[in-house]
Write a protein that binds this ligand. Structure first.
Ligand SMILES: C[S@@+](CC[C@H](N)C(=O)[O-])C[C@H]1O[C@@H](n2cnc3c(N)ncnc32)[C@H](O)[C@@H]1O
Length: 291
């Protein structure tokens, strides 16, 4: 097996070697960049290796707005969690949660309400293992857990004993799929999958989505996004952009809350520092409620 160590031209630090050894022991292919570690590197986190950072350098040359886009997405996630807790939600099911990074759902939610329960789900082994370590370190495993599952297997998530141990499906749950669905192709029918999740949740539940798009990007950025999507063909996950109309259909059966499906920078913004004209047109996000 080729590994991240064998790739020519990559600076590998001693910390990388520790991460790489751990990944290889777990049987994980480290020769390719992985979306959770790449995303962590966009955000300036530490759960990534030289192969991931080399990909990020290339991605930034292709799409210079990628880091502000990631930061704005994460900032939207933080605001959506705060608002959900303020609206009385105490249960979160965060699918495609990624590796722990800057401002995690459980940290934001527990700060606002210590009785909150959170179930993280990711299909990626390293994202799950690093999240588990973080939760153990923080001593919150009585209220927060993480499971390894694929979003395309809703029963595997919803009926997982660890999910059932923490979440009460007779009460509202905030279902989060933030920056996840652009890894799900139309062949996997995300609309049908979302309808299935919706039907399993109680009234008063919320759905939080964000997605990469190129709807309103100026022509030079359209080309950049096309090249960016191509670059992901060399990672462990492919990337798909979706339009505002497609994003709206993903919310079928939900009541979209104000201000609607907008750029992450426009969703109940509380910090003007997060504004960034370059990445403004590259994402859609929204929150909806189940009536
Ligand atoms: C860009 S990160 C988003 C992290 C976090 N939700 C956020 O927005 O800050 C996307 C995550 O989705 C995970 N992912 C991709 N496809 C998935 C699938 N089919 N099922 C579950 N997780 C998936 C990746 O492993 C990665 O950790």
């Amino acid at each position: 097996m080729t590994t991240g160590r064998d790739k020519p031209g990559y600076m590998v630090s001693s910390r990388d070697n520790a991460v790489l050894s751990w990944l290889e022991t777990a049987g994980i292919d480290t020769s390719l960049p992985s979306p959770d570690r790449v995303y962590d590197a966009y955000l300036g986190g530490s759960h990534n290796t030289a192969v991931d950072r080399a990909f990020v350098e290339k991605a930034e040359l292709i799409l210079p707005a990628i880091k502000p886009l990631a930061r704005n997405n994460r900032s939207f996630l933080r605001r959506a969690v705060k608002e959900a807790v303020a609206a009385g939600i105490t249960q979160f099911l965060d699918i495609g949660s990624g590796a722990p990074t800057v401002g995690n759902v459980h940290e934001i939610a527990l700060r606002a309400n210590p009785d909150v329960h959170v179930v993280y789900v990711d299909s990626n082994t390293i994202a799950v293992q690093t999240s588990r370590l973080k939760l153990e370190e923080q001593g919150v495993t009585d209220r927060v857990t993480v499971i390894q599952e694929d979003m395309r297997n809703p029963d595997g998530i919803l009926d997982h004993p660890d999910t059932r141990a923490l979440l009460d499906f007779d009460r509202p749950i905030c279902l989060m799929m933030v920056a996840l669905l652009h890894f799900i192709s139309d062949d996997d029918n995300p609309g049908e999958l979302l309808a299935y999740y919706r039907d399993r949740l109680a009234p008063g539940s919320k759905l939080v989505l964000s997605h990469i798009t190129c709807d309103n990007a100026p022509p030079e950025q359209q080309a950049q996004i096309a090249a960016f999507v191509d670059a992901y063909k060399n990672t462990t996950a492919h990337l798909y952009t979706r339009t505002h109309a497609e994003m709206t259909r993903l919310f079928d059966g939900w009541q979209i809350e104000a201000p609607g499906i907008v750029s992450p920078q426009d969703w109940r913004q509380d910090n003007p520092v997060d504004q960034n004209p370059e990445s403004y047109h590259l994402g859609w996000c929204g929150v909806a409620g189940k009536v």
